[in-house]
Design a protein around this ligand. Sequence first.
Ligand code: FES
Ligand code: FES
Length: 140
Amino acid sequence: MRLVLNGRRVTLAAHPLKRLLDVLREDCALTGTKEGCGEGECGACTVLVDGTPVNSCLVPVAHVEGARVTTIEGLGGRHPLQRAFVAHGGAQCGICTPGMIMAAVALGRKPTLDEIRVGLAGNLCRCTGYAAIYRSVQKA
Ligand code: FES
Ligand code: FES
């Protein structure tokens, strides 16, 4: 199957029912996307599919045939959100961070605090207490 992964056309030989999360980590060596719960509850595995945040642990890879998939690696490491999370303490253990950042990317430019809270409501963090995450998104 074919898709556009982080801006590059790729062809994958994965089983169509394999989870997108596992295809990214195991077949594509993109281990930035994390597994937390594995059942759609935590958001750690969030990636963008055609610009929309999805839990990649719930998506069979066949569902992204022909789609644009963006992972944390696709931001290149110097995205304003990545810098802001570093500068403002938005990451502690870091397990939730890639998913948080991908969900925040989908909020677009200058989201309000309420928009940030709602947009990140599906992303759980057990370390930061969320204030530093919201502050990081606002600063970005
Ligand atoms: S690992 Fe996918 S939502 Fe938790
Ligand atoms: S920084 Fe540890 S879970 Fe969020």
